[in-house]
Write a protein that binds this ligand. Structure first.
Ligand SMILES: Nc1ncnc2c1ncn2[C@@H]1O[C@H](COP(=O)(O)OP(=O)(O)OP(=O)(O)O)[C@@H](O)[C@H]1O
Ligand SMILES: [Mg+2]
Length: 219
């Protein structure tokens, strides 16, 4: 469960307010879209609910972790294990190949699970039409190909929560649909809670529920 309680966020010297008193709840297993105009605060909110950033006031409760009470170590550990994040600008490591980037979240874990994960990484890359590109570096991939590698990386740990910021933003409609179908499948089969930002009305409607932002408040 994710509980967003009276979250405000301000930035900069003049404390420009970007989120105003935002409250909502997302149940386990929900598939939710987050929409709103450019600059309405979607990325900011997604960073905060995924514990990558802190609110200026208010709090997030995700699983049993409270952003205002739990230790940052506990939250960090939870995030490593249970949260997959797809960034608006995908942040692949340039010195790793596509396959190595997908496997990156496991580096800290035991080698015995690596074979199973290697298979899963290949299955994910194949699903995203990247079977020919395992050994390419990000600089040798198109923007949309890099985006799909980043999505595979978010799925590799089978996290309980996935937060995706415009995951289909760089993709043509066929590959956009592939990504949405994978999200839907993971949501149905593994009960993964998924929150994704989109500007695409058709994809937004694929969610069970839409959360809309306008100027930093729920619309
Ligand atoms: N680190 C920051 N410092 C200062 N202002 C910021 C920062 N991050 C975001 N903002 C401001 O907060 C507002 C909301 O930004 P945000 O990135 O959340 O919008 P968004 O809804 O994701 O937009 P888009 O659809 O263009 O991605 C914008 O006005 C932006 O300029
Ligand atoms: Mg954004």
């Amino acid at each position: 469960m994710i509980l967003v309680n009276k979250v405000c966020k301000s930035f900069g010297l003049f404390q420009q307010k970007v989120l105003h008193d935002v409250s909502f709840r997302i149940e386990d297993g929900e598939f939710v879209s987050l929409t709103g105009r450019s600059g309405s605060g979607k990325s900011t909110l997604l960073y905060i609910i995924s514990t990558l950033d802190l609110p200026t006031s208010g709090e997030i409760i995700i699983d049993q972790y409270h952003t205002s009470k739990s230790s940052s170590d506990a939250i960090h550990h939870f995030r490593n294990q249970q949260v997959g994040f797809v960034f608006q600008f995908h942040y692949l490591l340039p010195e790793l190949t596509a396959l190595e980037n997908v496997l990156m979240p496991l580096r800290k874990f035991q080698s015995v699970i690596v074979n199973e994960k290697l298979e899963l990484a290949k299955i994910l890359l194949n699903t995203f039409n990247l079977e020919e590109k395992y050994h390419r570096y990000p600089g040798q991939l198109s923007g949309g190909e890099q985006q799909r590698v980043a999505i595979a990386r978010a799925l590799i740990m089978k996290p309980k929560y996935i937060f995706a910021d415009e995951p289909t933003g760089n993709l043509d409609s066929t590959n956009g649909k592939v990504v949405m179908d994978i999200f839907r499948k993971v949501n149905r089969e593994d009960k993964t809670t998924i929150v994704f930002v989109t500007h695409d009305e058709e994809f937004a409607l694929m969610a069970d529920r839409q959360i809309k932002l306008a100027d930093g408040s729920l619309a």
